[in-house]
Design a protein around this ligand. Structure first.
Ligand code: FAD
Length: 280
């Protein structure tokens, strides 16, 4: 199908983009989700504001001991950035799992997070990384923690008139290790189940554990019970097996042509165990 008619602006400054968004324009980043939705007429924006000419919305920099990731940074740039690989390897690993080469070259971390597809990969890593998401409007900036960001399928805490401009993460602590394990929907590459884990182990025991889960439910979530059960253990295979039991027990899991709710819940435990075993 062909999209309905729309106006198109490609401003050169963030201020101009924010004004257009305040006036009702829809942000366009990589277009990997928005353009197909427009072609299917699931989205019919009257005006698009293309963000790709705005300097400063792209790239990763280190500031005050934290990584600041521009919302327009592509999945490929995240996968290949030497800084991200060194400081937050979970993010580069996750980026490499997204879609195919074309999707990784065009799609952006900010576009994916704002789109909030329940089967997207980034939410798992963002939750496990305890990231902060920075949004901006003509009225100013505010920060949203990853745990407060995802509200419903395809719905986030970004308010009308706001743009996601940055994702801020703390680098891995000394001795931290991480992994992302994903059960892939083979046609699209999206996650039927995706589990991101970040673990710190000192003195022979697990001292900190953060686990983000995507694909299982309408909204990605932290596996808080698993995190609590694992901390204080030696992180043996038996400890992991005990900790992941019931990971999604209280979650209302998705059921579709790719996997039943029961299967997703079972696979969430399997993929969490795989991620944790690979770390520990
Ligand atoms: C064939 C195919 C396979 C894919 N496989 C995967 C996969 O395996 N895993 C996965 O996670 N994803 C996958 N995707 C989705 C891909 O990661 C997209 O890049 C992503 O969902 C959207 O990012 P984008 O930059 O293209 O955003 P766009 O499509 O441009 O925008 C998406 C939505 O976010 C809004 N938006 C964009 N940027 C911002 C911003 N900075 N602030 C506020 N709102 C904003 C737009 O208005 C729109 O509503 C796939 C896509 C395709 C086409």
């Amino acid at each position: 199908m062909i999209a309905t008619d729309f106006a198109y602006s490609a401003p050169a400054t963030l201020a101009d983009a924010l004004q257009l968004i305040a006036d009702g324009a829809k942000p366009l980043a990589g277009g990997m989700s928005l353009v197909p939705m427009m072609k299917l007429r699931l989205a019919q924006p009257e005006r698009l504001v293309d963000l790709r000419r705005i300097p400063g919305l792209k790239g990763v920099r280190e500031e005050d001991g934290r990584l600041r990731i521009g919302a327009l940074t592509t999945h490929y740039e995240m996968a290949s950035s030497a800084l991200v690989r060194l400081k937050c390897p979970l993010l580069s690993e996750t980026a490499g799992h997204i879609g195919d080469v074309q999707v990784r070259n065009m799609g952006t971390i900010g576009g994916s997070l704002a789109h909030a597809d329940p089967a997207a990969d980034w939410p798992a890593a963002i939750l496990a990384s305890e990231a902060t998401l920075v949004v901006e409007s003509v009225g100013g900036r505010r920060e949203i923690t990853a745990s407060d960001f995802f509200l419903d399928p395809f719905a986030t805490a970004i308010e009308p008139g706001e743009l996601l401009v940055e994702i801020v993460v703390s680098p891995d602590a000394e001795g931290a290790r991480s992994a992302y394990r994903k059960m892939v929907q083979p046609a699209s590459g999206f996650a039927i189940v995706g589990v991101a884990a970040r673990v710190e182990k000192t003195g022979g025991g697990v001292t900190k554990c953060r686990i983000g889960v995507t694909g299982v439910a309408g909204v990605p979530f932290r596996a808080l019970g698993v995190e609590q059960r694992l901390v204080g253990t030696a992180g043996s295979k038996a400890d992991v097996a005990a900790a992941v039991k019931g990971l999604a027990a209280d979650v209302e899991a998705n059921s579709d042509i790719h996997a039943s709710a029961l299967y997703r819940k079972a696979m969430a435990e399997v993929y969490a165990a795989r991620a944790l075993e690979s770390i520990l």
